[in-house]
Design a protein around this ligand. Structure first.
Ligand code: MG
Ligand code: MG
Length: 274
């Protein structure tokens, strides 16, 4: 990977705009996810929504990916390709979405429940999402990549979950994947120091069972080696005034689903006009 590209205040505002288009896309999808709906249908909705907001889908054509969304149900970890199989009651579906506007990418992800899911899977989602905020908390001047990585890893491993090793978060900007790599496992005090103006995508990929993964012969889909479910949550975060500032938000999802949450409040300077 190349050198870290720091962003100034103006660039961070443009990145917020791109991130919020992805956030709104996920919020729109939240209202559409139900048993019987196909991931290909949702993909079409997302592409239209992104274009209607003056942006381009960030994943479509990137490394030759064929669609707007990565759609990874149940045992799929990430990079699933949308298809015509209907979602079923009790499934979970990880949706990763990217948008490009004003030359900057937004890139974040959420794992949704389809109807009612079993309590064990619900817990996987709760713990995985909480680990994302544990990681974000460490994105401060003077801390290092290993501090963030360790916070995510320890939060998930104490529940017995598998933390995927082969896939990692990343710097974000005019390209989708910039330096540094942001793994979800690591040792405190190790790795690159965080500095003002960094913008990163933090994205724990957490398996209910083994951390081991395999890949389908479609060349994309990553799934758990033991067939147990996997969760993926991703936020885009800028380092401003020494502290983490969220550029993306799950608030549109929560509004669509009628969920009350204060989880983002510590990491947000301005209140969102929803
Ligand atoms: Mg992503
Ligand atoms: Mg990413």
């Amino acid at each position: 990977m190349s050198d870290i590209v720091l962003k100034n205040a103006e660039e961070i505002e443009l990145m917020r705009e791109s991130a919020l288009i992805v956030s709104k896309t996920l919020g729109m999808l939240a209202g559409e996810i139900k048993p019987g709906v196909t991931t290909l249908y949702l993909d079409g909705l997302a592409e239209r929504f992104i274009r209607d907001h003056g942006a381009e889908p960030g994943f479509l054509g990137l490394y030759d990916f064929p669609n707007t969304l990565c759609m990874s149900p149940n045992a799929q970890v990430v990079h699933g390709i949308p298809n015509a199989t209907p979602l079923e009651e009790g499934d979970i579906i990880s949706i990763d979405c990217g948008a490009l506007k004003n030359g900057f990418y937004g890139d974040h992800a959420f794992t949704f429940a389809v109807g009612n899911i079993d309590p064990e899977t619900e817990k996987l989602l709760t713990v995985s999402k909480a680990s994302l905020y544990k990681g974000i908390e460490q994105f401060r001047t003077g801390k290092r990549v290993g501090d963030l990585a360790h916070a995510i890893q320890s939060h998930c491993e104490k529940e017995g979950y598998g933390v995927v090793r082969e896939l990692v978060g990343h710097g974000l900007g005019r390209t989708m994947h910039e330096a540094p790599e942001i793994p979800n496992y690591g040792r405190r005090g190790w790795g690159k120091k965080f500095i003002e103006g960094m913008v990163i995508a933090i994205e724990p990929m957490i398996n209910q069972g083994t951390k081991r993964i395999k890949q389908l012969d479609d060349g994309w889909t990553i799934l758990t080696a033991d067939g147990k479910p996997s969760a993926h949550f991703e936020h885009n975060v800028a380092l401003v005034d020494g502290k983490p500032e969220l550029l993306s938000t799950f608030q549109y999802i929560y509004d669509a689903l009628g969920i009350e949450s204060e989880e983002e409040t510590p990491f947000r300077k301005v209140r969102l006009a929803v």
